[in-house]
Design a protein around this ligand. Structure first.
Ligand code: PRX
Length: 646
């Protein structure tokens, strides 16, 4: 074995840990009889009516279908709660750690059951039926989990909107999925500050006359009932709700949730996941990738507003009868030791976070980490963006005391769960590589013409066949689904990522090859930022590209052309930055605004982003052919203007 591999220490292996032999046996079973292999995943769920059909998939656009376990009937909340009650009623399901270090709570499966049943009845009492869309805009508190599971219990489709999004972004999502119920909290708490969630909803609803009710959770003492008849106090309404709400029987392919995510064009799209396949994949991957076993305390730091929060804070861990920690706060409040203090306080065994958090904490050095014990940790995870080897090594050595393996997990909102990742008791690690596909996952690398590339190579990452957790459509726009994912390389799912495969068959994700940015692990379309900028009255045109950023992975560089007569001042830069934050949310805050009298365009008027990217990266020695530009002289001006900005 070459010495660039990190071997997992022998004492990591426990009885039941999947080892190299066990993983190979799974791969062999899949190769020999895929249907039988997939049946193993389907059988891990609790069915109201057993399924007999396993898989019906065609990626051919003329005859397109993706169905898994499709004649079965089940309920996700029954799988995450009811089936555990016989053996785990008193086990902690959720540990809540508040923004304030003095606040924490243990919620048992019995308590979770009562909470979810009551809220399911509350939804029904307000007219929510199977198939209805319910928008959830909440802080990271147990109520968010209760309501997501309550939706699943009554067969409603939740659409969780990240609590950092602006009123405009909320409104767009509510209107797109035609949701007429919104669930929120009066306020959120993050880093000692309050977030005006209900006030944001009030503003959003000025654009959404279809919304009948806003159910409001009380999280702080702030007043929140502003609209008689529309606004409902959750604590008050719960007083009269029964703790018994039978789970709605759902077909395996009935929708479970919609989650909006950014694409390379247009508005964010509503990624739709269905019931059985999604849950089976979330549960299988949570168990396999994190070696999750009974009694483990597991903490994924993602917000419930992202897919990682859906699959690996909530659905995967609870389907497995696990104990999952929900953290409301931020890594640096009240101090930069907060993560490590929480690990000690709750004796966390498995810790899953994003490279951007690791890189930010690295800046503060080892001392704040070493001030904690972290002896309970056995496994570390990384998700959301490429982890640079330097950050990987720091995570391994400093946080994990060189004991804990790291699983670098590659996946997407669209994939529902992890597809490429080490299996920690089985896969030798390489810092910076997501290593190998999980059994049943069939990636391939293709060149620009769609030719499949073999061996050690670099290309665009596709999947040649389905897996149960795959998204089924873009809500309300199936044509966009087919166009986005299945038209670039016919017959394959195109991920939008570039990737290298090395001589050991290990995969190294190199980042997006489309106009999607990944800023601090958050996905953002360049088109979204551009349309926010041009909505400002001083702006005529904007082009947005990503550039390498030490902490965030990618930063947002905006080239902005101003209206005739408007002066490009520093004050205007501040105003534009605030404008974008207001239009989309703080995650879209531009890092660099460069006023550009002209943009490099072809004679047909298409902006040459390749050139703008190079200028933002500071790599101007090889700009390629610029002779086809309508006005090549703008390039020199942009290079000059970019100096000292990044
Ligand atoms: O570019 C890849 C990157 O994040 C994108 C998916 O973003 P999103 O749908 O928001 O889901 C994030 C949580 C799964 C991918 O197309 N990405 C995700 N995980 C990794 C990654 N890039 C490199 N390494 C990863 N482990």
């Amino acid at each position: 074995m070459p010495d660039h591999f990190f071997r997992v220490p022998g004492d990591f292996i426990r009885p039941g840990t999947l080892t190299a032999g066990g993983l190979q046996a799974q791969r062999d079973r899949f190769a020999a009889d895929p249907e039988h292999y997939w049946r193993g995943l389907g059988d891990s769920l609790d069915w109201i009516h057993e399924y007999s059909q396993v898989k019906d998939v065609s990626f051919d656009r003329a005859d397109f279908r993706i169905r898994w376990f499709y004649d079965g009937v089940l309920n996700v909340s029954a799988n995450c709660i009811d089936r555990h009650l016989r053996t785990r009623a008193d086990q902690t399901a959720i540990i809540f750690e508040g923004d304030d270090p003095g606040v924490s709570q243990h919620i048992t499966y019995a308590q979770l059951s009562e909470a979810v049943n009551k809220r399911a009845n509350l939804l029904k009492a307000h007219g929510v039926k199977k198939g209805d869309r319910v928008t959830i805009y909440m802080p990271m508190v147990p109520e968010a989990a209760y309501f997501m599971l309550a939706c699943a219990r009554v067969g409603a489709v939740h659409s969780v909107v990240f609590g950092g999004f602006s009123p405009d972004s909320i409104a767009g999502r509510i209107l797109d999925c035609q949701s007429d119920i919104v669930i929120t909290a009066n306020e959120g708490l993050r880093g000692g500050k309050t977030i005006p969630l209900k006030a944001n909803v009030d503003l959003a609803l000025l654009q959404c006359p279809n919304v009948r009710h806003v159910l409001v959770v009380e999280h702080t003492p702030a007043h929140y009932l502003t609209h008689d008849g529309r606004d409902i106090s959750v604590p008050k309404a719960l007083e009269s709700m029964s703790a018994d709400c039978p789970p709605e029987p759902m077909n395996a392919e009935d929708p479970l949730f919609i989650l909006y995510t950014s694409g390379s064009t247009g508005k964010p799209k509503g990624v739709l996941h269905t019931t059985a396949g999604y849950l089976a994949w979330a549960a299988y991957t949570h168990q396999t990738v994190f070696d999750y076993q009974d009694g483990d305390v597991y903490w994924c730091t993602a917000d419930i507003g992202w897919v990682t929060g859906h699959s690996y804070v909530l659905y995967g861990p609870l389907a497995n009868g696990g104990t999952t920690l929900m953290f409301e706060g931020v890594p640096n409040y009240p101090t930069v030791s907060r993560f490590w203090q929480v690990i000690d306080k709750h004796q966390v065994n498995i810790f899953y976070t994003a490279p951007t958090a690791i890189r930010a904490l690295m800046r503060d050095g080892e001392a704040p980490v070493k001030a904690s014990s972290r002896a309970s940790l056995r496994l570390l995870g990384s998700v959301g963006e490429p982890i640079n080897p330097e950050a990987w090594l720091w995570y391994h050595k400093v946080v994990g005391d060189s004991r804990c393996p790291i699983v670098d997990t590659w996946w997407q909102t669209e994939t529902g769960g992890i597809l490429i990742s080490p299996v920690p008791g089985a896969t030798p690690l390489k810092p910076g590589s997501a290593t190998q596909p999980l059994p049943g996952v069939q990636p391939c690398l293709v060149d620009a013409e769609g030719k499949v590339l073999d061996g050690a190579t670099e290309g665009n990452l596709c999947l040649t066949d389905s897996w149960p957790g795959q998204m089924r459509t873009v809500f309300g726009d199936h044509a966009r689904f087919l166009e986005t994912y299945f038209s670039t390389y016919p017959g394959m799912y195109f991920t939008g990522d570039g990737c290298r495969r090395d001589e050991d068959g290990y995969y190294w994700i190199t980042g997006r090859v489309d106009d999607v940015l990944n800023v601090s692990g958050h996905r953002l379309g360049t088109a979204e930022v551009e349309s926010a900028l041009v909505a400002h009255s001083d702006v005529t045109e904007a082009a947005v590209v990503g550039y390498p950023h030490d902490i965030k992975g990618q930063g947002i560089w905006c080239y902005v052309t101003l209206k005739q007569g408007v002066e490009g001042t520093d004050a205007l830069k501040v105003e534009l930055r605030n404008w974008v934050r207001q239009e989309i949310g703080p995650i879209a805050s531009p890092d660099v605004i460069q006023f550009a009298p002209g943009l490099p365009k072809t004679r047909s008027g298409k902006i040459m982003r390749r050139i703008l990217r190079k200028i933002a990266e500071g790599d101007t020695s090889n700009l390629g052919d610029i002779s086809t530009l309508a006005d090549p002289s703008v390039v020199a001006d942009l290079i000059e203007g970019a100096k000292g900005l990044g």
